[in-house]
Design a protein around this ligand. Structure first.
Ligand SMILES: *Cc1c(COP(=O)(O)O)cnc(C)c1O
Length: 419
């Protein structure tokens, strides 16, 4: 079995050939690429030359125009929101870029809950990213609701049927990630949305691990609410603001809980009390992060130009190759694939488990060989971002990972350190 697999596995020359045929191959030159093989674009994307230039221009603009710049900056949350919206199947006027994903999740979940006052239950994934679960725990406690957790497979994720059978007339909100942060397992966004709607519940989607790499069509699915990151596959930079989507016909019926002047009807009238503006503006709270927004604007332009269909096609090829190599080269050395084997259930990253995952991952980083990331208890995540990762990078990364395992990870320290 091991031998047959080996024969089917791609060799380095085949990886080089795939790079030569890659229609997105030229995009890599827009990024500064050096050092170890970077397979962590799903955690923090790389800066493009255009983003670095946009930040320098923004700093000059600030320095020259000072407060006068606001006439051009004030509409950025909506303008950049529309641009991000096009990448997730959202028509104009339904996305704003502001705050962090955590804060946006809080605002939209709270808004959704207030729209379902008589329902007691919030459903979430027990295996979702911690911040999502914590926000929902806090909201459940503050609003006297019950947060109930769905349990799926650690590798294959949640089964749509498990979600379907959980939702009933007492469900106020279902909050799920489209792609799981640890395993990369992907759920059927449209099917789950439809199931929730059948029972009158609202769904809040977290698109952190989808936006910029995995196709999402929010309008087509009649999705209600969504949030996500801009610093992962969208390459907006460390701490660049998150985004929030609210379907157009829901916007004026929902109220988010952080009443700030940026959501106010006549912001500069500086009036005595809060009266939310119409549309997506009411989901804003305070002063937007202008530098972050200008960086996102430049970063998203590249994603837009490559196009989600082409990025997704390449991502699927990259992850298929990675899965193939993990199984043929790393499983015989004691690692195991920790992402779905079925490509239809995967997102854009691949995870593997190993009893000594932490020292293995750390050795790869310390020796400047491969940058992936460790996720407790025993998982290494590898995100070959399709915009700037070559097939040969994936091939070489696996060889280096095998090399470290072969040399032995038994004697390395196994205490994760916070860095
Ligand atoms: C990355 C990520 C976040 C990050 O939230 P921040 O508020 O930006 O720290 C939240 N949820 C999920 C699912 C993520 O993958």
């Amino acid at each position: 079995m091991g031998d047959t697999r080996k024969n089917e596995t791609v060799d380095r020359a085949a990886a080089v050939t795939m790079d030569l045929a890659d229609p997105l191959g030229s995009y890599r030159s827009q990024f500064t690429v050096s050092g170890p093989i970077y397979l962590d674009g799903n955690s923090l994307g790389r800066p493009s030359a255009s983003v670095i230039e946009a930040l320098a221009t923004a700093a000059r603009d600030w320095s020259e125009n000072l407060v006068g710049g606001w006439s051009r900056w004030i509409d950025l949350p909506a303008a950049v929101g529309d641009r991000v919206g096009r990448l997730i199947g959202a028509g104009p006027g339904q996305v704003v870029v502001c705050d962090s994903t955590t804060v946006n999740l809080y605002k939209l979940a709270a808004a959704g809950l207030s729209a379902r006052p008589d329902r007691r239950v919030i459903w979430a994934d027990a295996d979702d990213f911690p911040t999502d679960r914590y926000v929902l725990q806090g909201l459940a406690q503050a609003s006297g609701r019950q947060l109930r957790l769905l349990h799926g497979s650690a590798v294959d994720g949640l089964d749509a049927d498990v979600v379907r059978s959980a939702i009933d007339a007492d469900t106020a909100l279902v909050c799920l990630s489209h792609v799981n942060f640890r395993s990369g397992a992907r759920v059927d966004l449209a099917a789950i949305t439809e199931a929730a709607h059948r029972h009158g519940a609202l769904v809040l989607w977290d698109l952190c691990h989808s936006a910029g790499a995995v196709p999402v069509d929010l309008d087509d699915a009649t999705a209600d609410l969504a949030v996500g990151c801009t610093y992962k596959y969208l390459n907006g930079g460390p701490g660049s603001p998150g985004f929030a989507y609210v379907r157009c016909d829901l916007q004026d019926h929902l109220r988010q809980p952080v009443w700030g002047w940026f959501g106010q009807e006549d912001q500069f009238a500086m009036g005595p009390s809060y009266n939310p503006t119409t549309g997506m503006g009411r989901f804003l709270s305070g002063t937007p992060s202008v530098l972050g927004l200008l960086a996102i604007d430049a970063a998203v332009e590249i994603v837009e130009s490559a196009g989600i269909p082409a990025l997704w096609a390449k991502s699927q090829q990259l992850t298929a190759m990675l899965v193939d190599l993990v199984r043929s080269q790393l499983e015989p050395l004691g690692a195991a694939l920790a992402s779905p084997t079925d490509p239809h259930r995967r997102g854009a990253h691949v995870s593997l488990s190993h009893p000594r995952a932490w020292p293995w991952c750390k050795a790869l980083i310390d020796r400047r060989m491969v940058i992936g990331d460790f996720r407790p208890p025993n998982v290494i995540r590898l995100g070959p971002a399709p915009l700037y990762t070559r097939f040969v990078d994936v091939f070489d990364a696996v060889q280096r990972m095998a090399e470290v395992l072969q040399a032995g990870v038994e004697d390395l320290s196994d205490r994760p350190r916070v860095t």
